[in-house]
Design a protein around this ligand. Structure first.
Ligand code: SF4
Ligand code: SF4
Length: 174
């Protein structure tokens, strides 16, 4: 019995992973597939084969940008973006090392920024990320150049409805 497949299906809900017939339309449209260790439909095959450690330790699940291109292309309505989210959660809960250095810290910094203002504040996110990784100066030149070109705003407006943001974070607290 493939308990890994069952667990992923149970946690995702919706169309079960085994509906995939490996047409690769998802992978053909994925803008990040070129950088992934295993492409999206390969991850599905690996789940079907019960390869838990390889999937949860793969960089692919962290590189997925949740753009949902794959979901719209899939003839069987397999929700790969949701599957990648589910796999990230499972990887964190299992304590598996992420296949991409510092990427979990990047996700944490991203969420901290959303939690504080309801939307991304680049300076806050950068500060969080740098403090978490203790890699304080490596991108200083690039950061300054982006700032000078107006690509990074010093102040980002907070969302008006912070109550809803707090509610979302509270409902997902484990
Ligand atoms: S597009 Fe859908 S059916 Fe085709 S390989 Fe991807 S997940 Fe499977
Ligand atoms: S949601 Fe993830 S896997 Fe799907 S197309 Fe976007 S980046 Fe690729």
């Amino acid at each position: 019995m493939n308990t890994f497949l069952e667990e992923v299906n149970d946690r995702m809900g919706g169309v079960p992973i085994q509906s995939c017939f490996h047409c690769r339309k998802c992978t053909a449209g994925c803008p990040i597939a070129f950088a992934m260790e295993y492409n999206p439909n390969a991850i599905i095959k690996m789940i079907q084969m019960g390869m838990r450690e390889k999937v949860l330790g793969s960089s692919t699940i962290w590189l997925c940008a949740s753009c949902e291109t794959c979901v719209t292309r899939c003839p069987n309505d397999v929700d790969i973006a949701r599957m990648m989210d589910t796999l990230r959660e499972m990887a964190i809960e299992s304590g598996v090392d992420a296949g991409e250095k510092n990427i979990v810290k990047f996700h944490e910094a991203f969420l901290s920024s959303i939690k504080m203002g309801g939307r991304i504040s680049e300076p806050m996110m950068l500060v969080h990320y740098k403090l978490k990784t203790l890699d304080l100066f490596s991108d200083m030149g690039l950061g300054m150049s982006m700032f000078m070109k107006g690509k990074i705003k010093l102040l980002s407006p907070r969302t008006k409805d912070m109550g809803s943001v707090r509610k979302i974070f509270k409902s997902t607290d484990k």
